[in-house]
Design a protein around this ligand. Structure first.
Ligand code: F0G
Length: 447
């Protein structure tokens, strides 16, 4: 089979800074062994997130020049709105500055004390918005989705039996969700069969169905590859089919919008949309820009077409699988199968001598930086407390930013740290904030 190559050539480049290992050791010490506190300029390969980090295309940059910055009735909004409607099919499109703003508005109009909101897995900001409203966020992913070694093709599926039982308990459920792909579970996709079934269950119970659509194009690609019925459909046709079963969506266009900023809340219900727009004006802006510039809306409208191109999606998913395979060949365990936007490394088997109380995944994050200037993110005992039961590192892949050579380099650094894994030292916390401690915590090696 011919090599799957990057389906673009590079017109603008951004230099990355090389540092020596000695410099990085100093930087790491000054950042208290917490790479969130390192200046981005001191990072060589930044895999902290795939959110807002995409490289825009010449088409997107060109479109920005024709952005209409009118406060009301902007032409750029109309272009954006019609692109979103074409793909997602919803009647009302409410632009927001990013995904969590859409979640905040949705929760403000529908959630509240005493209510419950089911999802396959709520992403952190969704959970935070649900809980801030006083509601309970309930995760109902299939059991295979919790097993890092399961090869189930759709590990993001929401368990229909669990959902039926949950809705049968008589709780107040103002809306129900599914997140595509399931970021929390390793960027795993949800099948169209599952979306149809979950939609029917929600509708039988009169519960509006809202999709968290952040990585909808990657999810559509997995459906094309893994669900035989859709093998001959285009990613766009699959996306359109997905959203036919929903009543609305929240979206961070910083992911599959190929933008550096942006989001939307889309709804079919007129009365709900009116409430949402009224709130939007309070915090985000007038309904024809919602916290974005006209030029952002133009770039996003182009990005939504580009993200659905088959050559792009094939390369995108192949590049994540390529890195996962390289790590697996070294002996490093990752969540299987590889997801759509990131590789999730299991740090516990890598460092069996480092107990969870000494944050093995944070040790790995620091080792990747110290040895190679690579920045990933800890998802484990530091982020959630030791009771979470797992210590993963997420290496997220910014869209269209790094080449195969960059990934080969990540593999080389990983091979070196694997060979010398026995010498890695655990970490202890010297300062922590009362909430979300992982962002600002100070650590130091255990003596
Ligand atoms: N939903 C999912 C599934 C996400 O992954 C994110 C963001 C959001 C909602 C919120 O969107 O950042 O635009 O407000 N995820 C980023 C990440 C931050 O690194 O995974 P936002």
């Amino acid at each position: 089979m011919p090599e799957i190559i990057e389906p673009f050539r590079i017109k603008a480049v951004e230099p990355i800074k090389f540092t020596t290992r000695q410099q990085r050791e100093e930087i790491l010490k000054n950042a208290f062994w917490n790479p969130f506190l390192i200046d981005a300029d001191d990072v060589l390969i930044d895999m902290l997130t795939d959110s807002g980090t995409s490289a825009m295309s010449a088409g997107q940059w060109g479109a920005m020049m024709v952005g209409d910055e009118s406060y009301a009735g902007s032409r750029s909004f109309k272009r954006f709105e019609s692109k979103v409607q074409e793909i997602f099919g919803f009647k009302h499109v409410i632009p927001t500055h990013q995904g969590r703003a859409a979640e905040k508005i949705l929760c403000s109009i529908l959630a509240g004390p005493g209510k419950s909101i089911p999802n396959n897995n709520h992403f952190d900001t969704t959970r935070a918005n649900v809980e801030f409203s006083g509601s309970e966020a309930v995760d109902l992913v299939i059991e295979e989705g919790k097993d890092p070694d399961s090869l189930h093709p759709f590990k993001g599926n929401l368990d229909p039996a669990k959902l039926r039982a949950f809705l049968g308990e008589g709780r107040e459920v103002p809306f129900g969700m599914v997140t595509i792909t399931n970021n929390t579970g390793g960027g795993q996709p949800v099948s169209l069969a599952n979306i149809k079934e979950v939609s029917k269950i929600y509708r039988d119970h009169g519960v509006p169905f809202i999709i968290d659509a952040c990585r909808f194009a990657e999810n559509a690609w997995f459906i094309k590859q893994r669900e035989a019925e859709f093998a001959s459909w285009t990613p766009k046709e699959i996306a359109q089919e997905i959203f036919r079963y929903a009543d609305g969506a929240t979206m961070s266009l910083k992911k599959d919008g190929m933008g550096n900023i942006g989001g939307f809340l889309a709804l079919n219900d007129d009365a709900l949309a009116e409430k949402a727009r009224n709130l939007l004006i309070l915090t985000e802006g007038f309904p024809t820009y919602g916290g974005l510039a006209g030029r952002d809306l133009e770039a996003l409208a182009v990005g939504l077409d580009e993200v659905l191109e088959e050559s792009y999606l094939e390369y995108r998913v192949a590049s994540v699988a390529y890195l996962a395979r390289a790590l697996n060949e070294i002996g490093i365990q990752t969540v299987q199968p590889a997801g759509g936007h990131a590789v999730y490394i299991d740090a516990r088997p890598l460092y069996p001598h480092i107990p969870p109380e000494q944050f093995p995944a944070q040790v790995l994050v620091c080792e990747l930086y110290r040895r190679g200037g690579i920045r990933g993110v800890e998802i484990g005992s530091l982020m959630f407390g030791p009771s979470v039961g797992r210590d993963w590192v997420r290496l997220a892949m910014p869209r269209r930013v790094y080449t195969q050579a960059h990934m080969n380099y990540v593999g080389e650094v990983a091979a070196e740290l694997y060979a010398e894994r026995a010498s890695a030292q655990g970490l202890k916390i010297t300062y922590e904030a009362p909430f979300l401690r992982h962002f600002t915590a100070h650590l130091e090696p255990v003596a």
